[in-house]
Write a protein that binds this ligand. Structure first.
Ligand SMILES: Cc1cc2nc3c(=O)[nH]c(=O)nc-3n(C[C@H](O)[C@H](O)[C@H](O)COP(=O)(O)OP(=O)(O)OC[C@H]3O[C@@H](n4cnc5c(N)ncnc54)[C@H](O)[C@@H]3O)c2cc1C
Length: 401
């Protein structure tokens, strides 16, 4: 079923692996450590720009992007192999300008943006001059059912006026976040899935306030962490509407397909790295007269982790390959399967690695604890797993009805 990885993608992967070893792992702590306070916390890490320039000079830039010459023109299948490598460190995606939610937002702007919207927002995003966020989820309503969202997008002459409260807006607290894609209701009387629209809201527009940052198991993920954002009588030009009134759901579907699969690809890398350090650690520590690696329970954990990772990788690459061959929409069930299976799988592998590391595994001295929090969030983010299982069940039941 799968094609051989092209020579070009293989060469890029090798270059990426070298870059990770030379520049990312040695600087990971400096890039991720939550040592800064106050406003400074939300400014880019001093090292980031330097590493981005190096990555760019080596052609390791916008690797996901296949809508124009600003990217590498790779297929999803090819990018899957590269994304796994950069996914091995939580510090890496932004260095290569391949981080969420900017990737999804660049995807939206490329597919649905007008020339003016592309010039103003897509261009600086592709250059990493700015960051962006995506604001759909609301604290007041169960947002896994996006028809519930209440934020108002009201037309007023040549403008729209936005009122609402969003949370879990990843990237919003960053001082470099300059634009939000906001989903809201532009016509509550329209059919259920035509009420919603998406608009581009400059973060410095009067009435936009990032009220607080939210943490995941205590990790704030600064400077690209998650915010609660209020939009109070925010006026934006009518030209900031994406695609057209009532077409928000259409855009949401287009955005989440590639976004979901990229998370899975990165998590395969995280799980692979957890297995690697589980093996190295267990071979280097002795308890009760033998190395941990000689103990049956640890060996079982290692063997099972290899089985789990292989399954997750095959599923993810299959979904990517389907996206390339039959399109994102037709591949949606395969994307959903990977989205359900991979975060749980990666979480289980990382959890075993934590156990093998003893107390150290839970500390800031290893990447494991933060990686576990990251994989746990994705069982809820991008739609809770239950919603995806429900969609799959519908298809299966229809098949035998
Ligand atoms: C770290 C993180 C980052 C995020 N980033 C963003 C972002 O950038 N932008 C954004 O807009 N949102 C973001 N989200 C929000 C995320 O997409 C939502 O939390 C998610 O869609 C669920 O919505 P909710 O929290 O309102 O849960 P609810 O809708 O209240 O659902 C709660 C629970 O109900 C259960 N449930 C729901 N539907 C079903 C069903 N059909 N069958 C069975 N059980 C069901 C599930 O267990 C679900 O977890 C992020 C979330 C996290 C944790």
């Amino acid at each position: 079923m799968f094609a051989e990885l092209s020579d070009r993608a293989r060469a890029l992967r090798e270059r990426l692996e070298t870059f990770m070893a030379e520049h990312v792992y040695p600087n990971e702590h400096a890039l991720l450590a939550p040592s800064r306070e106050g406003k400074d916390k939300w400014a880019p890490r001093p090292l980031l720009g330097e590493l981005q320039a190096k990555a760019r000079a080596q052609g390791l830039w916008n690797l996901f992007y296949n809508h124009g010459s600003e990217g590498q023109g790779l297929s999803n299948y090819e990018y899957g192999h590269l994304c796994e490598v950069l996914g091995r460190s939580l510090a890496a995606p932004e260095i290569f300008n391949c981080n969420a939610p900017d990737v999804g937002n660049m995807e939206i702007l490329s597919i649905y943006g007008t020339d003016m919207q592309k010039e103003r927002w897509l261009k600086p995003l592709l250059e990493a001059e700015i960051r962006s966020c995506f604001a759909m989820t609301e604290p007041r309503v169960a947002s896994s059912d996006a028809t519930n969202i209440e934020t108002e997008i009201r037309r007023d002459g040549d403008h729209y006026v936005i009122n609402g409260r969003k949370w879990w807006v990843t990237g919003a607290p960053s001082e470099r976040c300059k634009v939000a894609i906001v989903m809201g209701k532009s016509d509550p009387s329209a059919p259920k899935h035509k009420q919603q629209s998406m608009v581009l809201v400059p973060m410095d527009a009067p009435g936009v306030t990032v009220e607080r940052a939210l943490s995941v198991y205590g990790y704030e993920h600064a400077p690209l962490g998650h915010g609660e954002v209020v939009f109070r009588d925010v006026r934006i030009p009518a030209g900031n509407m994406l695609l057209g009134e009532g077409r928000g759901f259409e855009i949401a579907q287009g955005r989440l397909g590639p976004g979901r699969i990229h998370h899975c690809m990165r998590f395969i890398g995280l799980a692979e790295r957890a297995l690697e350090i589980m093996c190295k650690r267990s071979a280097s520590r002795t308890a009760f007269g033998s190395t941990l690696a000689e103990m049956g329970a640890v060996r079982q954990a290692i063997g099972q982790s290899r089985c789990d990772i292989e399954q997750g990788r095959l599923m993810t690459l299959k979904a990517a390959w389907m996206m390339d061959t039959i399109g994102n929409k037709a591949a949606r069930n395969d994307i959903a399967i990977a989205k359900i299976v991979v975060p749980t799988m990666a979480g289980a592998v990382i959890d075993r690695a934590i156990q093998v590391h003893g107390g150290g595994g839970l500390s800031q001295d290893f990447f494991l604890a933060e990686a576990f929090a990251e994989t746990r969030f994705l069982r809820i983010g991008d739609g809770p797993d239950e919603v995806h299982r429900e969609a799959l069940a519908r298809v299966e039941l229809a098949r035998y009805a």
